[in-house]
Ligand binder design. Structure first.
Ligand SMILES: *Cc1c(COP(=O)(O)O)cnc(C)c1O
Length: 344
């Protein structure tokens, strides 16, 4: 087929920052090893780009949510290094796990029975220590279907690790009490924010996601976690508009004087939602404010600070996640996972 021309929007991934973030989180995990949550296509940044970098950095434990995410990950790492957090809902899911060799995370008595009936094998077990989402209740650990499991990693998940609240210590105590109740090879509690709660929370394996990709859920991680994802886009048109002319849908911006403006090849279809209105793009250090509403495929910016820019020049959207979250009122998780698939 004819070669596709180069795209006019790019998501630059800083591989060194990604590797360094994993190494920093692994160090902060103390005697525990850090794994990696690579669900949702590595939080939107791309399994094909990120998983090989994490493996190269030394990561050996990978978590996805869905069975559909397995093939993409086991293209890069051995299947017995991958666990599926949602666990088996159907006999077909269980058969798929047994054929591929990935580990299901067992999240309920029903799943424990289903896994046993499918023939069983190594699995992970999620205990619900208080988030009330997925996981078996501590009282259910004595059930014969659970006791029959071959548990590789015993897991639980913190609900409020990004806050200083008593629920963290309560969940830690519940998890600790569960450990003697079921045979397992390793234990794992902390997500990114949980790692910053200290070594009590680390056990044998930590499961950072957000912070690998540049998210900073707690102040202890600031300065240790670097930005990984950098969206850039080309100006697909530059023009001058007269005083009184309006810009974009619903004419929400009106030029107070003659202005030089640029049309950036990015929009809400790429995950740059309308809540970015009022923010700015950058060219080097120079700020280029967004004018009017964000469209599906375009954003109009003020070129007053960089009047020499013209069609085909590139601008950057500042995507330091803590700042961008404040700017847009989106969460750092949302800012990563909504990035669209038109980026090159
Ligand atoms: C998503 C997820 C993680 C990673 O959480 P972050 O807050 O992104 O670090 C860890 N464990 C489980 C069970 C998850 O669902």
């Amino acid at each position: 087929m004819t070669q596709l021309p180069l795209p006019s929007l790019l998501l630059i991934i800083d591989n060194q920052a990604l590797a360094d973030n994993w190494l920093a989180l692994d160090r902060m995990s103390g005697t525990a090893r850090a794994g990696a949550a690579v669900k949702a296509d590595c939080y939107g940044l791309g399994v094909d780009r990120c998983v090989p970098v994490l493996w190269q950095a030394g990561c050996r434990d990978f978590f996805v949510a869905h069975w559909s995410e397995v093939p993409g990950v086991i293209a890069h790492v051995p299947a017995n290094r991958v666990a599926v957090l949602h666990g088996p809902q159907t006999p077909e899911d269980a058969a798929f796990a047994r054929e591929t060799g990935v580990r299901p995370v067992i999240d309920s008595l029903r799943q424990a029975r289903l896994w046993g009936e499918a023939g069983g094998g190594p699995c992970d077990l999620m205990i619900d220590s208080g988030i009330n989402r997925l996981g078996i209740a501590p009282e259910e650990l004595a059930d014969p279907a659970v006791q029959a499991l071959d548990v590789h990693t015993l897991l639980s998940h913190l609900a409020c690790a990004d806050e200083d609240v008593s629920m963290n210590a309560r969940q830690l105590a519940v998890f600790r009490e569960c450990l003697p109740a079921i045979a397992h090879r390793q234990a794992s509690l902390a997500n990114s924010a949980g790692i910053a709660l200290g070594s009590d929370y680390a056990f044998d394996l930590t499961r950072p996601g957000l912070a690998l990709y540049g998210g900073v859920p707690r102040p202890e991680l600031a300065g240790r976690i670097a930005q990984v994802a950098f969206p850039k886009a080309a100006l697909i048109q530059t023009r001058t508009i007269g005083a009184g002319a309006s810009v974009g849908y619903n004419a929400t911006f009106t030029a107070p004087a003659d202005m030089r403006i640029g049309v950036v090849s990015l929009g809400y279809a790429d995950g740059i939602l309308r809540s970015w209105a009022g923010a700015h793009f950058l060219h080097g250090e120079r700020k280029l404010p967004i004018l009017g509403k964000v469209s599906m495929d375009m954003i109009v910016i003020d070129l007053a600070a960089a009047p020499e820019l013209s069609d085909g020049d590139w601008v950057e959207l500042p995507y330091h996640l803590p700042d961008a979250a404040q700017q847009t009122t989106l969460s750092q998780y949302e800012l990563l996972t909504i990035l669209g698939n038109r980026f090159g």
